[in-house]
Design a protein around this ligand. Structure first.
Ligand code: GLA
Length: 675
């Protein structure tokens, strides 16, 4: 299988989406001149070029793309060539309206924007494959080609009749018999029993709550239907260029695709990342969110990954779109590299003057080459070149956060104990608690081999398979430390509630006898705990059998009942967190569990807002605050050289506003000034 190193060839990739069809040839020449000036070595071409490449069915025009690829190649710029299938031309929808998706109400979603395709439509698939094969035949051996980029941000769902037929085929494969489907969906409830396959439809708009198991399967099906589109295009390009790696760019922490299954189907995992530009030690929201997405993407990739898109400055789709303050784009780009990215790319190279995203920033903005943004882009390009030694290296972690998409889907259905519980918020709160403590962590599938980890945390996995439960039990009994959040192990993969409301294997592991009730808290309310902390969103009325109480509820209906617990299993232990503790308390609890598991932070005692990440031999220090801070260096990094500046730091390093150091422990003998 081709891999990212086939594209990087020993240096970090730097570039962005390039849409030359919006510009004249003179501008193309200016583009390559400025790309070279900025150190760009990768241009993603053709993402939305279908209507230009195939202005009418079968009438293909590749001449302009030949010129663009040759021009980029002559200038030493590699190409990430996209299949343009995310945005079919108007003629496809006009001539074949059955390719257009329908929403839950059965309403057609028209062309005129993008992403207007039904993944189940054979006509869409045929045309998408047609243009893909033509591109692969023509450019599969082009010397500029580094990477294939299939479609763009897959995620469109459809409820049309073609989808209905496809859904039924998928269900037949999953269940075999209608009896098995009726059993799995619990159709005895509300007289929903299906008597013939033809009666089954996608969960369209209905009078009241729709069947949750059907909704869950429709999520699985939609992800799989899109994955079929991806793999068909992937195989078509691979047939002409087997050594060129293939990716598709994910949306970050996106609910619409099963990210583990998708990542396994790609050579290279890439993501688009647009955090809110708030930053600072008190509210490092964007940085914490970025770290989460980066850790997840690296874990999906099982190694180096690509930041396919980010904004050079402002986006255009929030209510108010502020530019990134000086230094923030650099900081977040280097954060991605620290957390395993081998490519730092942007949407887009040159800012459009027309169309829906004309106010979205770009590497080369409307303000041109003398702009603040372009200067920073050039500076970043030079710095990334200096970081070449990091390419291909790993980010070591002894902590795994368990995460899975079906658990997210099932646990987020309507009609549950509390609609105020938001899975991404819970996942974010737990990751952020580890991030604040500078603990390196991966994400893992609940059935994954956890052998390389010492601490495993489950912020929330409402749905757990038997295999996942057995995995956890074995891992803890083998000496692992597990910290488990509330509303976990509640349902099986059919969304059937397990015996006792929490699977008995998990209860035994956690030392819990009975979960009498879940007792959620309304948004904004907190509950005091006996250790001085607080909890929010959730409480549980637990009877313990073998676990000790670390903290009890200190007020309200559950006063005196256990809130935080721990059960020992030889060298292993299983902790339960039946509420969402405040940020500091959760960070302290996880630090305590990490200490018990023998896991140390990358670096302790750092000033607030400073992030420390190890990648390969390098120690990255990132100051997310606006004040200068001084970081004392650990022994292994005394007299280390900052690859970004070339300076050698003897015992400490000063980081200015949004400052970054990338310290290499082996300094050259004589050069460089010392601090
Ligand atoms: C996404 C898309 C891009 C562009 C950017 C900016 O990431 O993939 O085509 O629309 O958002 O909005």
């Amino acid at each position: 299988m081709a891999a990212l190193d086939g594209a990087t060839r020993g240096r970090l990739l730097f570039g962005g989406d390039y849409n030359p069809e919006q510009w004249d040839r003179q501008t193309w020449r200016e583009d390559v001149r400025l790309m070279r000036e900025a150190g760009v070595n990768l241009a993603t071409v053709g993402v939305f070029s279908w209507a230009t490449l195939e202005p009418r069915p079968g009438a293909r025009d590749f001449g302009w793309l030949d010129e663009v690829l040759d021009l980029l190649h002559e200038n030493g710029i590699g190409v990430c060539l996209a299949t343009p299938t995310a945005s079919p031309p108007p003629w496809l929808g006009a001539r074949h309206p059955e390719t257009l998706p329908r929403d839950e109400n059965g309403t057609v979603v028209w062309y005129g924007a993008r992403n207007q395709f039904c993944a189940s439509s054979p006509v869409y698939r045929e045309h998408a494959l047609g243009i893909t094969e033509a591109l692969a035949r023509r450019y599969g051996r082009h010397p500029a080609l580094r990477l294939w980029h299939i479609n763009n941000e897959y995620g469109t769902a459809c409820w049309c009749d073609t989808t209905a037929a496809h859904f039924r085929t998928w269900l037949r494969e999953r269940y075999g018999t209608l009896e098995a489907l009726n059993e799995a969906w619990g159709t005895a409830f509300w007289s929903q029993r299906y008597d013939a396959w033809e009666e089954i439809i996608p969960p369209r708009r209905a009078q009241y709550l729709r069947n949750p198991a059907q909704l869950l399967d429709f999520r699985r099906f939609t992800s799989d239907a899109l994955l079929e589109c991806f793999t068909a295009e992937r195989d078509a390009v691979a047939a002409h260029s087997p050594e060129v790696p293939v990716t598709t760019n994910f949306m970050p922490l996106f609910a619409g695709l099963d990210g583990w299954r998708w990542a396994a189907a790609e050579d290279v995992v890439s993501v688009d990342l647009y955090p809110e530009p708030a930053a600072g030690p008190e509210e490092p929201g964007g940085a914490a969110y970025g770290a989460l997405v980066q850790d997840l993407t690296r874990s999906q990739a099982r190694g180096p990954w690509m930041l396919m898109e980010q904004a050079a400055s402002a986006v255009s789709w929030r209510e108010v779109n502020q530019p990134k303050p000086e230094g923030l784009m650099r900081l977040w780009s280097l954060q991605a590299v620290a957390r395993g990215a081998d490519a730092v790319c942007f949407f887009q190279w040159r800012q459009s003057r027309q169309g829906s995203e004309k106010f979205h920033s770009a590497m080369l903005p409307h303000a041109g080459e003398r702009s603040r943004t372009f200067r920073q882009v050039c500076e970043l390009g030079a710095e990334l070149a200096r970081l070449a030694p990091v390419t291909g290296t790993e980010v070591p972690a002894e902590i795994a956060i368990l995460h899975d998409w079906p658990a997210w889907w099932a646990g987020s259905q309507p009609a549950r104990p509390s609609a105020a519980v938001d899975y991404p918020e819970i996942l974010g709160a737990w990751h952020r608690a580890l991030w604040t403590g500078n603990f390196a962590c991966d994400f893992a599938h609940p059935e994954a081999d956890l052998g390389g980890y010492r601490l495993v945390v489950i912020p929330q996995l409402y749905l757990l398979s038997d295999a996942a439960l057995d995995n956890l039990v074995t891992w803890v009994r083998d000496g692992g430390t597990l910290v488990c959040g509330f509303f976990t192990g509640v349902a099986d993969p059919d969304d059937r509630v397990r015996e006792g409301g929490m699977d008995p294997r998990l209860r035994r592991l956690l030392g819990i006898e009975t979960v009498h009730d879940w007792w959620p808290l309304p948004p904004g309310e907190t509950v005091r705990l006996s250790d001085g902390g607080t909890g929010r969103l959730w409480r549980e009325d637990l009877d313990l059998a073998g676990a000790e109480t670390l903290a009890a509820y200190a007020e309200g209906e559950l006063a005196g009942r256990p809130a935080l617990t721990r059960a020992g299993h030889g060298a292993g232990s299983a902790w339960y967190v039946s509420t969402l503790p405040g940020h500091r308390e959760l960070a302290a609890l996880l630090a305590k569990a990490a200490a018990a598991a023998g896991v140390a932070p990358v670096l302790g005692g750092l000033p607030a807002g400073v992030e420390a990440v190890r990648r390969g031999e390098l120690l990255f220090l990132l100051n997310h605050g606006r004040e200068q801070v001084t970081v004392p260096l650990p022994d292994a990094y005394r007299a280390s050289r900052d690859l970004l500046t070339g300076r050698v730091h003897a015992t400490e390093v000063a980081l200015g506003r949004f400052g970054v150091a990338a310290l290499s422990p082996t300094p050259p003998t004589s050069e460089g000034s010392r601090t």
